[in-house]
Design a protein around this ligand. Structure first.
Ligand code: C2E
Ligand code: MG
Ligand code: MG
Length: 391
């Protein structure tokens, strides 16, 4: 029988003992350690199904362990435990969420066993990771489709186009987020097929909703796809077949890959794409380590501020400072700035005041099927294609 395992690191002996007894009762094999170094030794040997990390570990802190798990490309659900240090907790959660870790929950100390059991139940659900076979089947069985999130010019309020986002709703099951299945497709060598599946559908749909107008289609492209020597040619053939011009397309490359000046300079394909007229955006800006030099040397045309800054624009003063700085820096470098994660009119207004160029977010619309996009265009835009605020 397959016994799930759980790895705990905490420097408090009593907490370990308590969690160990409770988890064993729930059918887990428990591995526990009191130190960061013990954790690093144990982790590769036990391949846990669930991890508990105390953020305050004597001389070390849990952030160091999260960084270790990022390098290890850990996909195991993680539960963070913390005493009163909210600041560390916030940084840790942000780091985990933006760098591909699955932070499944937070256990505030002191806690009771009921909280602990509930978190384990939730983590069990989160850990249902699909394999490549099921991703391939999903494409064949029509369980995947492309959804479109409208983008608005912040200064004029005009609808300018959409970002295409893959959606997977398995038959009779919960929706699976692209943040889960895209990294698996990338690792397993299926991302190019998935990208062309998305492009074919997005281009076909574009003919339906564009109605003779020219809009911008923002498309997420993974680094392994860009590295494929045939990609450029194949993309060209595709857009020619659908009569789309390169300047209608913006290729978004996410910063969380750790794009550095060095890694990206190898991507001469970006320069070629740019020369041919495609626009290129650096997605999720602020989550990686891009230097100012990278921004300058790589032919990006726009920068997308990561939604984590926009979501707490008013609740975290650092987010506001960072957002302002990104807008000013990008403009100084001649780059357009796009904000994602606009959930309220107040945030929209603030971004307008800060000079942000474009935006998207639940305030305007979430990602829609092509039919719903057509409805949205008809009901939420005026005759000049401007978003009807308050609609
Ligand atoms: P992304 O490119 O940064 O896309 C923006 C994400 O923010 C989307 O999540 C979108 O649904 C979400 N979002 C938009 N507005 C709001 C808002 O107001 N509030 C909040 N809380 N969230 C908002 P989604 O669809 O889950 O996609 C996650 C990531 O998966 C995307 O992040 C993108 O990196 C990747 N992805 C999606 N489709 C594809 C694809 O076809 N190819 C590749 N390579 N990656 C894809
Ligand atoms: Mg994107
Ligand atoms: Mg993004």
């Amino acid at each position: 029988m397959h016994i799930p395992s759980l790895l705990i690191v905490d420097d408090d002996f009593q907490i370990i003992e308590l969690l160990q007894v409770a988890a064993e009762r729930m059918g887990y094999k428990v591995y526990a350690t009191y130190t960061a170094s013990g954790f690093k030794e144990l982790y590769p040997t036990v391949t846990p199904h669930l991890i508990f990390i105390d953020l305050k570990l004597g001389d070390h802190n849990g952030i160091e362990l999260l960084e270790f798990l990022i390098l290890e490309k850990c996909s195991t659900p993680i539960i963070l435990m913390s005493g009163q240090d909210e600041k560390v907790l916030h940084i840790a959660k942000h780091l985990g969420d933006t760098r591909g870790l699955s932070i499944s929950g937070i256990l505030h100390k002191p806690f009771n066993l009921k909280d602990f059991v509930e978190l384990i139940e939730k983590a069990k659900k989160d850990s249902r990771f699909p394999d490549t076979e099921s991703i391939k089947n999903a494409v064949e069985q029509n369980e995947m489709f492309v959804a479109y999130q409208p983008k608005i010019s912040i200064q004029s309020g005009k609808f300018i186009g959409v970002e295409t986002l893959l959606r997977w709703t398995p038959f009779n099951k919960d929706f699976i987020s692209p943040s889960i299945f895209i990294p698996i497709a990338e690792e397993e060598g299926f991302i190019k097929e998935l990208t062309f599946f998305m492009l074919d559908n997005a281009f076909k749909d574009y003919a339906l909703w564009r109605q003779e107008e020219m809009y911008s289609l923002a498309i997420n492209i993974s680094l392994p796809v860009l590295n494929d020597s045939l990609f450029l040619e194949q993309l060209h053939e595709k857009i020619k077949a659908y009569k789309i011009s390169p300047n209608e397309i913006c290729l978004e490359i996410t910063e969380s890959y750790g794009i550095t000046e060095d890694s990206i300079s190898k991507l001469s394909i970006l320069t070629k794409l740019r020369i041919q007229g495609f626009k290129i955006a650096l997605d999720d800006f602020g989550t990686g380590y891009s230097s100012l030099l990278t921004l300058h040397r790589v032919p990006f045309t726009e920068i997308k501020i990561d939604k984590s800054f926009i979501l707490d624009l008013f609740s975290n003063s650092e987010s506001l400072v960072i957002t302002k700085a990104i807008i000013n820096l990008s403009h100084a470098l001649g780059l357009k700035v796009v904000a994602e994660g606009i959930e309220s009119f107040e945030v929209y207004k603030k971004l307008k005041e800060l000079g942000c160029d474009e935006g998207q977010g639940y305030y305007f619309s979430n990602a829609l099927s092509v039919e719903d996009l057509q409805d949205w265009i008809n009901t939420h835009l005026d005759k000049n294609q401007k978003f009807k605020f308050g609609s």
